[in-house]
Design a protein around this ligand. Structure first.
Ligand code: ZN
Length: 497
């Protein structure tokens, strides 16, 4: 019997059976990247985590609307409320349009994600394209007295909200403790409490990204964009809200407060958070010199890297751990991941050529039949246990032993029924490719392979084996490669037809 799908809900701090609000439809909102730098391993883990959830829910028959935003405005320098907008600052320093910066890094993010075989979300809204929706929400909060204007900026009044709501329900933080750990206001601040966060910031004269509002020419705060865009595309109450654990506070806590205050209902039923990646046991950070971008991983160009790692190796490495556990990067771990990935790919290759053949008179062996059934069923146990891809991979390796046994002794295939065998083939292929999103990537150097064929060609010519000569010539021509018999050597060219 298959267990029902359970997911860990950060809001309730426990695993819950997944029951969508309007099955078979599922609405999922995930906080996407802020586009002012190259994507790194942290981006890959978050994107792959929710890609897996998107893929598995789809595989399970749900119709998923997956919204993942792009933060192209409102992410301030100190990750909270103060300082300049990061993209605007970069634009000012490099004398580019902020949109040039945002587009450059957005395209680069998309290219990296495509290499990692991360599916595109159903909708990918930009914060800068949803200013009206953000202003509407801010207006509503001001009207309800839960937000106030100060010096042209608008702040959310956390204390007022907390008087009739539980503030901190997601992150477990308590207002009193927060007040103790937050530095005192210097009296110059526009905020009436250090806990309050900006919904709208008045732009300074040199600030390039600005929009008109009832309060000032300015730009939105960071948190309000996700509340506004999830409301627009998924409604006031939707199924899953996700992101990295580092977004729990203040980002997601603020989102809950704003959305609840505005819509009078909790935004999401399930909150899901992926854990972080450490590098050789240390937190990743630019100042620590261990900040590795995906581009550097793919090319091997970083002091900490022994060599380049392929996108699928990185994807497998991330899937080897359940998304809520920590994951430590090291060259050794990546090397092991490559081995594991290639093992699964060899399984795919074997399966393609392995077919059920049941000569007359063979008998299905009950024990073998039951064993294969169990191996097939075990494949989904991990996914149903809070998307535990580590368990899924272990189950695939278990099944792989059986597949290899069939491969080395094809006669043993007839010990199981045709239906069972075909189901195994179909499940293995679907779980590796559709659910885990692991695809074959041939890293062989085409030029080297052609040179090997040229050697065979030369040898055949020397041996006057003209049938072979013609065959090699024709095979290569089919691939768009033209052999050239030069006076002193054999060369090749692209067939220009
Ligand atoms: Zn967000």
């Amino acid at each position: 019997m298959l267990t029902p799908l359970q997911v860990y809900n950060t809001l309730s701090h426990k695993k819950e059976i997944f029951e969508p609000i309007h099955a078979p439809f599922v609405g999922m909102y995930v906080c996407g990247p802020t586009v002012y730098g190259e994507a790194h391993l942290g981006h890959a883990r978050s994107a792959i985590t929710f890609d897996i959830i998107f893929r598995y829910l789809t595989f399970s028959g749900y119709k998923v609307r997956y919204v993942r935003n792009i933060t192209d405005v409102g992410h301030l320098e100190n990750d909270a409320d103060e300082g300049e907008d990061k993209i605007a600052k970069m634009a000012r320093l490099s004398q580019l349009e902020p949109m040039e910066i945002a587009n450059f890094y957005m395209n680069s993010y998309h290219q990296d994600m495509s290499k990692l075989n991360v599916l595109s979300p159903s909708i990918e809204p930009l914060a800068s394209g949803h200013i009206v929706e953000q202003l509407t929400m801010i207006q509503s909060l001001v009207e309800q007295g839960l937000a106030y204007e100060s010096g042209g900026s608008v702040y959310f009044d956390v204390n007022k909200y907390a008087a009739s709501n539980e503030y901190g329900e997601l992150s477990g933080r308590k207002i009193d403790e927060l007040l103790n750990t937050t530095r005192e206001l210097d009296g110059q601040s526009e905020k009436s409490s250090p806990l309050n966060f900006a919904l709208w910031k008045k732009a300074s004269p040199e600030h390039i990204m600005r929009w008109p509002s009832p309060w000032s020419d300015g730009f939105p705060g960071w948190h309000i964009e996700c509340s506004a865009m999830s409301k627009k595309y998924l409604g006031d109450h939707f199924d899953i809200h996700g992101g990295g654990m580092d977004l729990l506070f203040p980002h997601h806590e603020s989102e809950i407060a704003q959305s609840k205050a505005c819509n009078h209902t909790a935004p999401a039923k399930y909150w899901m958070h992926n854990n972080m990646i450490t590098i050789n046991g240390q937190k990743m950070g630019k100042s620590l010199g261990n900040f590795i971008t995906l581009g550097q991983l793919f090319s091997g160009k970083h002091d900490l890297l022994h060599r380049a790692y392929s996108p699928m190796t990185i994807r497998f490495f991330i899937l080897q751990a359940q998304y809520r556990s920590t994951l430590d990067f090291s060259n050794e771990a990546l090397h092991a991941a490559q081995k594991g990935y290639l093992k699964l790919m060899n399984g795919l290759r074997i399966l393609r050529g392995l077919n059920y053949a049941n000569p007359e008179g063979t008998m299905v062996n009950d024990a073998a039949e039951a064993e294969l059934k169990k191996l097939n069923e075990d494949l989904l146990l991990g996914m149903n246990d809070d998307m535990n891809t580590a368990m899924t991979i272990a189950a695939l390796f278990n099944l792989l032993k059986k597949i290899n046994a069939f491969y080395t002794a094809p006669a043993s295939i007839t010990n199981v029924s045709e239906a069972n065998f075909n189901f195994m083939k179909q499940q293995y292929t679907a779980i590796v490719g559709d659910v885990l999103g692991l695809v074959e990537e041939n890293t062989a150097d085409t030029n080297q392979l052609i040179l090997v064929l040229l050697d065979f060609y030369k040898e055949a010519k020397n041996n006057k084996d003209y049938a072979k000569v013609d065959e090699i010539r024709a095979t290569l021509k089919k691939q768009g490669i033209l052999l050239k018999d030069m006076k002193d050597r054999i060369d090749w060219a692209y067939d220009e037809i």
